[in-house]
Write a protein that binds this ligand. Structure first.
Ligand SMILES: CC(=O)SCCNC(=O)CCNC(=O)[C@H](O)C(C)(C)COP(=O)(O)OP(=O)(O)OC[C@H]1O[C@@H](n2cnc3c(N)ncnc32)[C@H](O)[C@@H]1OP(=O)(O)O
Ligand SMILES: O=C([O-])CC(=O)C(=O)O
Length: 377
């Protein structure tokens, strides 16, 4: 066995084969099953991308209609899960609640322990339909509003906005949200997907894998960075500060700027290109480009000073704020989309499984260390 130690954080290590997502971090290319993300963002829908991720090809019109019907039919939540959403403290964060509710879902899922391909696909439909429901229902409960029933005639994006706001979303908001879902759907072996695959590789069920993935997504170095970005924008705005001076001070204090940098991209994150445009366009439609303008000033300065590019989380912050979405829903909304990629990876892992179990380079006391009896320590 090789004794070479992998680079810290496993940077650059190829840990598995996968046919789902291909990234060229130097050229700024992201593709789902080989299809460029720019083309998908312009021409596809979240439903079609999810089909592509799960089944490895674009659907025919009949296949897409069938898939969409299955996905919307799965918009059902066990009443025990709704009871949980009612019983948690109103100040619980939506990410805490989502992680807990997805874990609870497994108890009421008829296929829970079945890790066969077909059972995984059935559970993937359910999880993909249920995660947005959990996010929307909890948000309404904590605000003292009545729950809005799912509308099975609406698209995935429109139904989420409908259940969240209780009013039919505009076409502009629905399409913007759908594009955001497309952009966030998968990203190869990012931390949450890798966590999901490690869990799945023990032959644990998909709910366990997705519960773990949600836990990994929550961190500010990963999906939590979209919330952290918006908190930064609010802090600058509230202080009435010059964004460049504010960020300069953060650099001086050795603080990281959320929404910048990436382990794989060494150039523009192709998803940021779309989110930047959406942030600006939605701001213009809403008659308020304040958050876009502030973001752009920060982006130009960070790029100039540190050669760091905005990642997917940077402009999703101002985009979601302009869509009227609360800050602590940003990371749950990442999960509303990423469930499609997580599911694809769990299915792929279970279809050709081997336990994932690397080694550690031991740096503790040398062996054999003395066991001193407790009374002599
Ligand atoms: C969906 C996603 O998960 S996208 C990523 C979301 N996360 C963020 O936006 C959080 C901010 N960004 C970061 O923390 C990092 O860029 C990560 C976590 C995304 C990538 O991390 P790594 O590949 O491990 O890079 P690492 O953190 O080692 O950074 C390398 C160097 O760039 C600096 N750097 C990287 N990102 C930033 C940043 N956002 N702000 C300031 N400096 C940064 C580091 O301080 C480090 O500098 P040093 O070599 O002088 O110590
Ligand atoms: O790939 C990564 O490390 C993080 C990321 O951009 C994502 O998960 O979308």
């Amino acid at each position: 066995m090789s004794t070479a130690v992998a680079p810290k954080g496993l940077e650059g290590i190829v840990a598995t084969t996968s046919s789902i997502c291909w990234i060229d971090g130097d050229a700024g290319v992201l593709s789902y099953r080989g299809i460029d993300i720019h083309e998908l963002a312009q021409r596809s829908t979240f439903e079609e991308c999810t089909y592509l991720l799960w089944f490895g090809k674009l659907p025919t019109a009949t296949e897409l209609a069938e898939f969409t019907r299955h996905l919307s039919a799965a918009r059902e939540l066990n009443s025990k899960v709704v009871d949980l959403l009612r019983s948690v403290p109103a100040d619980a964060t939506p990410m805490q609640v989502l992680r807990t509710a997805v874990s609870l879902l497994s108890i009421y899922d008829a296929d829970e322990a079945d890790c066969s391909h077909d059972a995984n696909v059935r559970k993937s439909y359910r999880l993909t339909a249920q995660i947005p429901m959990i996010v929307a229902i909890f948000d309404r409960i904590r605000k003292g509003k009545s729950i809005v029933e799912a509308d099975k005639s609406l698209s995935h994006a429109a139904n989420f906005l409908w259940m969240l706001n209780g009013e039919e979303p505009s076409e502009t908001a629905t399409r913007a949200f759908d594009i955001a879902l497309i952009l966030h759907a998968d990203h190869e072996l990012n931390a949450s997907t890798f966590a999901a695959r490690v869990i799945a590789a023990t032959l644990a069920d998909i709910h366990s894998a997705i519960t773990g993935a949600i836990g990994a997504l929550k961190g500010p170095l990963h999906g939590g960075a979209n919330e952290a970005t918006m908190r930064l924008l609010y802090a600058i705005d509230k202080a009435g500060a010059d964004p460049v001076e504010y960020v300069k001070q953060m650099f001086a204090d050795k603080k990281k700027i959320s929404g910048f940098g990436h382990r794989v991209y060494h150039t523009e994150d192709p998803r940021a290109t779309h989110l930047r445009r959406m942030s600006e366009e939605l701001g213009k439609v809403a008659g308020n480009t304040k958050w876009f303008d502030l973001s752009r000033k920060i982006e130009l300065f960070v790029k100039q000073e540190k050669k760091l590019n905005a990642n997917v989380d940077f402009y999703s912050a101002s985009t979601y704020t302009t869509l009227g979405i609360d800050i602590d829903l940003f990371t749950p909304i990442f999960a509303v989309s990423r469930i499609s990629g997580w599911a694809a990876h769990v299915i792929e892992q279970h279809d050709d499984n081997r336990l994932i179990r690397p080694r550690a380079d031991y740096t503790g006391p040398s062996y054999p260390a003395t066991y001193t009896p407790i009374e002599k320590r």
